[in-house]
Ligand binder design. Structure first.
Ligand code: NI
Length: 186
């Protein structure tokens, strides 16, 4: 089932999400629904707060970026309670977008190399070193679980320029091809 995506400005995107304690049929259904929602919106990552659930769950399918970023090829997974550790301080600036901020894309500095620990949908533990754009997607999605969005990494001056567009998102004045939910409507 496709779910509405909550837009920038909605308080659920600012909450620190709760850890998931156990697997359940509901959790597996939610993972399926989040993949379906993400594919319909043509995204490559979606975090549970973006569909209004304040829990530590992320889905990623980065395969579509595989031609430009080989590290993304074939990478599809659900991350439960993910933990990112920075491996070194090397940072790269690249454009990012977010399904909660349709129509916007900004350059964001992120570290290139991370170690990621997570549980899969059967609560089985995994650990892997990741780099490049895959590491970027993981950092972007894990930010959502801590109540952050990529715009928080953008300079104050740039954000000031985008003020009107960000206000429109908060008010739901946005055109996009998927169902969204705004903080307020006029
Ligand atoms: Ni996002």
């Amino acid at each position: 089932m496709k779910l509405p995506i909550y837009l920038y400005g909605h308080p659920v995107l600012r909450r620190e999400a709760d850890p998931i304690k156990e697997d359940s049929a509901e959790l597996k259904t939610l993972v399926d629904d989040m993949f379906e929602t993400m594919y319909a919106a043509e995204g490559c990552g979606l975090a549970a707060p973006q569909i209004g659930k304040s829990i530590r769950l992320v889905v990623i399918d980065a395969d579509v970026l595989g031609d430009d970023y080989p590290e993304c090829k074939g990478r599809k997974f659900a991350l439960i309670n993910p933990e990112v550790t920075v491996l070194d301080g090397e940072e790269v600036s690249r454009n990012e977008g977010c399904l909660s901020l349709p129509g916007l894309s900004e350059k964001v500095n992120r570290v290139e190399h991370i170690n990621l620990k997570w549980l899969d949908e059967d609560m089985k533990p995994h650990e892997e070193e990741m780099s490049g754009f895959l590491a970027r997607i993981v950092q972007h999605e894990c930010d959502h679980l801590d109540g952050k969005v990529y715009m928080d990494h953008v300079s104050t001056g740039r954000r000031l320029l985008l003020r009107g567009k960000l206000r429109n998102l908060t008010e739901g004045k946005v055109r996009c091809d998927y169902k969204v939910k705004a903080a307020s409507r006029r």
